[in-house]
Design a protein around this ligand. Structure first.
Ligand code: ISL
Ligand code: CA
Length: 565
């Protein structure tokens, strides 16, 4: 595989609304990010993905854009943005912008026009259909509850919205829409941005005729993914985008692609023939839902280590030599990694480090979601009034009011899976409002901020922060960690996730105990023994003995990596 700068990078995701508020209005902003660039540099990341900062009525916190070439006023101005870009570039960091072009806001001028009537020149920018038998044009469910169609009394037709009704889907069949998208991409690239994270980009091509989804639940509306995920013209559209825009710039592109398999992902990111560099796959995010084929993210089933290993290993092996993974355990749409895959109680610090080891030592680009590097946890707000996320609020209303779910049961699901877990303000200090804002934050801070915050982490040499910093440094020092071949070890072991990396005669052995009990690591008999003694590269516990690799007893959530020739 070719060496590329982006393969050697580590991504940090900033969710601007919750990162740092520089002016006391309770909302994180661009100047706030600017003030914290030295912090990011200290951590060592070299790519930053900014969740959307464009003008937006914020029905979905910026994922509903009303002007692609303006900054949301509460985040700042274009000049602030330019200063931020410049600040990043001066520190050797690259900026990846969120590109949300499956849909716009219903307040975008295109939609305002389109709504004016069937003859409007912008009408065909969106997907309009007459009703069927006095109801919606088809049975598709919106990801955020209810039908994916909204009735427009003015014209007597419905428009499609896979997300909220304030997020109408763009009609990619219309070549003018595609040219508009390419133009806005060029506009940002010409300002110097270094890449795009493309929101639900695998949903832009819908099946002709928009057929009904098969009925697989007792709900009124059904998950229609088979008719819009990886749709018939997706590859053609992305190929065109590559020809028109992407291939003219030195940039990094990653598609956010729910429900994609290794095989279908490769159609998007194959190094020879694909249009994008990487995808964010969702299989490991679906290990703890009850019905993987539904839209219902807010359901809970216990996940099993065997499934996590099987899933991530399959992506490691499947993309090897052909495409590049995006490695992540959390983002702004998911619960906090340590609460979900580790232990946010007694073993919080050590299990957060264990997860970091997994994240950084597989092949691909590690994505650190803000606060993960200090082990921030899920929040348990007591009342639904304290929540802000449209998915969570819609879910609660539908579950409790329409389906009669016990409110406490609904809240328990929200505590485990709700997106606001990731959106409580970044915890900078033990001061008021976790040092996030001088005012009242738009969403409450997690009450554990006096214990878990950046100030504490920076003062403690043994903190999760410094462990992340070390992992990032090791990646730079050892091309093996970036490019090494991957092979799973001990696949049947119920507690340990182990694997090997190999590159130019060097090997890395990684062993991770994912349980609260100690676990015995036994080197598989066919593992080629090192010529010289293995060197302990990293561990999340103090390690004294160097008794060899054959038998190692790993303590609860202990992880180690050994380097050998
Ligand atoms: O994962 C999903 C289904 O498998 C859905 O939750 C959905 O595809 C996912 O939430 C898409 O997320 C992105 O687009 C949304 C936005 O709300 C999210 O914040 C964004 O990351 C609509 O733009
Ligand atoms: Ca602010």
């Amino acid at each position: 595989m070719d060496r590329k700068w982006w393969k050697e990078s580590v991504m940090y995701q900033v969710y601007p609304r919750s990162f740092y508020d520089s002016n006391g209005d309770g909302i994180g902003d661009l100047r706030g990010i600017l003030e914290k660039l030295d912090y990011l540099q200290q951590l060592g990341v070299d790519m930053v993905w900014l969740s959307p900062v464009y003008k937006s009525p914020n029905d979905d916190n910026g994922y509903d854009i009303s002007d692609y070439r303006e900054i949301m006023p509460e985040f700042g101005t274009l000049d602030d943005w330019r200063e931020l870009l410049d600040g990043m570039h001066r520190r050797g960091m690259r900026l990846v912008m969120d590109l949300v072009v499956n849909h716009t806001s219903d307040e975008h001028p295109w939609f305002v026009e389109a709504r004016k009537g069937k003859d409007n020149p912008c009408r065909d920018y969106y997907i309009w259909r007459p009703g069927k038998n006095g109801a919606e044009p088809n049975n598709w469910a919106s990801f955020f509850g209810g039908s994916a169609w909204e009735y427009d009394p003015g014209s007597g037709e419905y428009y499609l919205h896979l997300f909220t009704r304030k997020q109408p889907d763009l009609n990619w069949e219309n070549p003018r829409v595609r040219q508009e998208v390419y133009a806005l991409m060029r506009w940002w690239l010409d300002q110097g941005v270094d890449g795009f994270r493309m929101d639900v980009i695998n949903m832009i091509s819908k099946a002709p005729g928009l057929p009904d989804a098969p009925v697989h639940s007792s709900r009124r509306y059904q998950f229609g993914g088979q008719h819009f995920i990886h749709g018939p013209r997706l590859l053609e559209f992305l190929d065109e985008m590559k020809r028109e825009v992407l291939c003219h710039y030195d940039l990094f592109t990653v598609g956010e692609t729910p429900q994609e398999s290794v095989a279908t992902a490769l159609e998007l990111i194959d190094e020879e023939s694909g249009s994008l560099h990487s995808v964010v796959q969702f299989e490991h995010m679906d290990l703890d839902v009850q019905d993987r084929g539904s839209v219902q993210r807010l359901s809970l089933a216990p996940w099993k280590l065997a499934d996590l290993k099987e899933t991530l290993d399959r992506w490691q092996i499947g993309l090897q030599g052909r495409g590049w993974n995006s490695l992540y355990l959390s983002n702004h749409d998911q619960g906090r990694a340590v609460s979900r895959f580790g232990d946010d109680g007694a073993y919080r610090v050590v299990s957060a480090k264990l997860l970091a080891t997994l994240l950084h030592l597989q092949q691909g680009i590690p994505y650190i979601y803000q606060g993960e590097e200090i082990g921030m946890t899920n929040v348990r707000f007591e009342s639904i009034e304290q929540y802000r996320d449209v998915e969570t609020l819609n879910f609660y209303r539908e579950a409790v009011e329409e389906r009669g779910m016990d409110p406490q049961a609904a809240l328990a699901l929200i505590h485990a899976k709700g997106r606001d877990n990731a959106r409580t303000p970044m915890q900078w200090s033990a001061g008021e409002q976790a040092g996030f804002s001088q005012g009242t934050p738009w969403i409450g801070v997690n009450p554990n901020y006096p214990q878990i915050n950046v100030e504490q982490a920076l003062a403690d040499p043994d903190s999760i922060f410094y462990y992340y910093q070390k992992l990032i440094r090791l990646r730079r020092e050892h091309p093996l960690i970036v490019y090494g071949d991957y092979s799973p070890l001990l696949v049947e072991h119920p507690q340990i996730y182990a694997f090997r990396r190999e590159w130019q005669g060097e090997r890395l052995l990684v062993m991770l105990n994912f349980s609260r009990e100690s676990a015995l690591f036994e080197l598989p008999p066919d593992f080629p023994l090192p010529e010289s003694p293995a060197r302990l590269l990293l561990s999340n516990y103090p390690v004294e003995d160097s008794a060899g690799l054959q038998h190692i007893t790993l303590r609860p959530y202990e992880g180690r990596a050994y380097l050998m020739k």
